[in-house]
Ligand binder design. Structure first.
Ligand SMILES: [Ca+2]
Length: 387
């Protein structure tokens, strides 16, 4: 029987979501199931293969949210075993994918300024470009701490290698590891600034900095501005002090500042406040660690690379967008959680990967006008009742 593709309304109980989707039906045979699954795995869209009576069907649409473990939107997405209603007919989900791995990201390089990388880790191997050690000025990026390898896996880890690990958001991008810290994990501002400039000069499109501390020196801000002038999007972790304040470099202008949240609530450890752009998952994230292994880590360090991976996918689709346009898009590609609109705990909201990658004309989340910040001297004068 020849296949025809029609459009149908697809609804499913979980999250009461509905979508217009393309539906291609074939007789339910093992060969047809395999053929449709292969098609789903390359259509650059979220897709599902379903059983409908005596038929098997491929449904595919930008409006579908699949049960991707990466996207962690299970509550409002279709998953294997779910029953859908497709044009009024019940169907059971046999297979689903988020489509992120199908997006052509071969020209996108993500630089990770961190503790280095296990360049031979199966999750990353073969996709490492221009490694650089800014401490010793050589190409040895051996990860003595483990942090950088974990971050890299969240951005770019291959999927399906380990039952516990979810793999990466953008599993085909290239990674530029920039080692700026050794075993103790401490960073020097001058090394970080050099790493930012190195990344911008060597073709990175995204820089992830899951680091923070005494990096407030103006030359770090200058390096970030330089990267932006080269079209690079800089993504930074807010820090893990649980304070209403962002760590540097997240506090600088021209960065996407990421806090950690789970199920719509800010993680206790996550910094928050004025500077927050968005949140992403940062609690008990399993990802690659040195020695070809996998491990569990928590922190805004894990949330930032989730967003950096999303930025890489967005930049692959929109190579003409400026960093400011990409940041604005990411501020819109969220589920607004907590108080309506921007709020100090979750910023514009939790990043929704499906919106980031497949969204169209996303409306901005409203940010209420902020009271003007008092300068240090205004605060001193207020203290002495001089102003
Ligand atoms: Ca909100």
């Amino acid at each position: 029987m020849p296949a025809t593709t029609n459009t149908a309304n697809v609804t499913w109980a979980k999250g009461s979501r509905a979508a217009q989707a393309g539906v291609k039906k074939l007789a339910d045979t093992a060969a047809n199931r395999a053929a449709l699954q292969a098609e789903a795995a390359k259509d650059q869209l979220p897709s599902a293969v379903v059983k409908m009576g005596k038929d098997v069907a491929l449904i595919s649409s930008a409006a579908l949210q699949t049960g991707s473990r990466i996207a962690r939107t299970e509550g409002a997405s279709i998953q294997q075993g779910d029953t859908l209603s497709i044009g009024g007919t019940d169907a059971t989900v046999l297979y689903e994918d988020d489509g992120f791995a199908e997006i052509d990201t071969k020209d996108v390089i993500v630089a990770i300024i961190d503790t280095g990388l296990d360049v031979n880790h199966p999750a990353i191997k073969g996709r490492v470009v221009s490694p650089y050690n800014v401490i010793d000025h050589n190409t040895d990026v051996t990860d003595e701490e483990g942090h950088g390898t974990h971050v890299a896996g969240i951005i770019a880890g291959a999927r399906g290698l380990n039952a516990d690990s979810e793999g990466g958001v953008a599993p085909n991008v290239k990674i530029m590891p920039i080692k700026a810290a050794g075993k103790n994990g401490g960073f020097r501002a001058s090394n970080v600034a050099e790493g930012i400039r190195y990344a911008a000069d060597h073709g990175a499109k995204v820089i992830n900095m899951s680091l923070g501390g005494p990096l407030w020196m103006p030359y770090v801000q200058d390096a970030i501005k330089y990267a932006e002038s080269k079209g690079v999007v800089v993504v930074c972790a807010m820090g893990n002090s649980g304070k209403q304040s962002a760590a540097y470099p997240a506090r600088f202008d021209g960065v996407l500042a990421v806090a950690s949240s789970k199920d719509g609530k800010r993680s206790k450890f996550s910094n928050y406040g004025d500077r927050t752009d968005v949140t992403a998952p940062g609690e008990h994230i399993i990802s690659s660690v040195p020695g070809g292994k996998y491990g569990d880590k928590s922190g805004t360090s894990m949330a930032s690379p989730y967003v950096a991976g999303a930025v890489a996918l967005v930049m692959a689709q929109h190579p003409d967008w400026t960093p400011a346009q990409v940041r604005d898009w990411m501020d819109r590609a969220v589920n607004d959680v907590g108080p309506t609109g921007w709020d100090k705990d979750t910023g514009y909201g939790e990043v929704n990967l499906f919106k980031a990658v497949y969204g169209k004309d996303l409306a901005p989340v409203v940010r209420a006008p902020q009271p003007p910040k008092q300068s240090f001297w205004q605060k001193v004068m207020a203290f002495f009742h001089l102003a």
